[in-house]
Design a protein around this ligand. Structure first.
Ligand code: AMP
Length: 279
């Protein structure tokens, strides 16, 4: 497997490739990322993974500086998973000048959920993915459902800009106890790691009551947030949304079987975790 740091060299290496499958990541890889690489391999063409910690999608107080950078280990894991090429540009390569041209997703998507608590996150994510798509020119790009809103925003961007790339979502990979794998799990201390399963459990409980007509949606959500808060978490949001556009379902839709997703974001100590469960 080849590791390439420059856009020029990448383009040269991929020239004429029409079937490239692409997996963008921020590195510090785990089994969740590798499952995306395996999904990409099913597509038949060369598999390219990128590793780039994208400053544009972090707020000033967030963990950009301490985000784990583990390139040598990541390259080993990607080799084992059957990746053909790693694109690992440094900041000077991908952002040689301030990236003032940006992709602005529609307000309805980024202003809710992650966008509400991490302003700029969706724009930063879309902008880097658009730029990486220009570098790699993939036919298929695989994203995890773990970042449910990100997947929706990127799929919408590809559709509305008629990008010649199929955006594919892959299921969330979890640890044996149910915690979604995440590079940020490494920030958790031992007792926090043990406690962390309360987030998927709270989402399971919310999902199980998604069609409960005895309480309005808002009450179910407030109960789920309160349950986490009582355990010492600082929940940003636990909410039931329509899968198709991530907006709140009407009560009639919720009770009539509209496909929903329970989305959660909450801080445990200094670590912010997100997860979701379709219901
Ligand atoms: P990141 O490195 O956090 O930017 O994630 C890169 C890609 O891996 C994104 O498409 C994520 O949704 C996906 N991903 C992260 N964690 C998981 C997981 N546990 N299962 C499946 N995909 C994941």
């Amino acid at each position: 497997m080849q590791v390439i740091h420059s856009i020029t060299e990448l383009r040269h290496r991929l020239a004429g490739q029409e079937q490239t499958a692409f997996v963008p990541t921020m590195g510090n890889l785990h089994e969740g990322h590798l499952s995306l690489v395996r999904e990409a391999r099913q597509r038949g063409g060369p598999v390219v993974a990128s590793i780039f910690v994208n400053r544009l999608q972090f707020l000033p107080h967030e963990d950009f500086d301490r985000y784990p950078r583990t390139l040598a280990r990541d390259v080993e894991l990607l080799t084992g998973a059957g990746c053909d090429l790693v694109f690992a540009p440094d900041e000077a390569e991908l952002y040689p000048e301030p990236q003032t041209y940006k992709v602005q997703p529609p307000a309805a998507l980024p202003d809710i959920l992650e966008g509400e608590f991490r302003p700029g996150f969706c724009t930063g994510g879309c902008t880097v993915v658009m730029k990486l798509f220009q570098c790699v020119q993939p036919r298929v790009a695989v994203f995890g459902q773990k970042d449910y809103q990100q997947l929706k925003v990127i799929a919408g961007m590809a559709r509305q800009f008629a990008l010649p790339v199929q955006v594919v979502g892959a299921p969330t990979v979890r640890a044996d106890d149910g915690l979604a794998l995440s590079s940020r799990n490494g920030y958790l201390g031992q007792s926090e790691r043990h406690e962390a399963i309360a987030l998927p459990q709270a989402l399971q409980a919310l999902a199980a009551r998604a069609r409960d007509g005895r309480a309005p949606r808002e009450a179910l959500e407030a109960e789920a947030m309160a349950a986490l808060a009582a355990r010492g978490w600082a929940p940003d949001s636990l909410t039931l949304r329509r899968r198709r556009d991530l907006l709140p379902p009407s009560e009639a839709e919720r009770l009539a079987g509209e496909p929903l997703v329970a989305l959660g974001a909450a801080r445990l100590g200094a670590t912010r975790l997100i997860d979701n469960i379709e219901c």
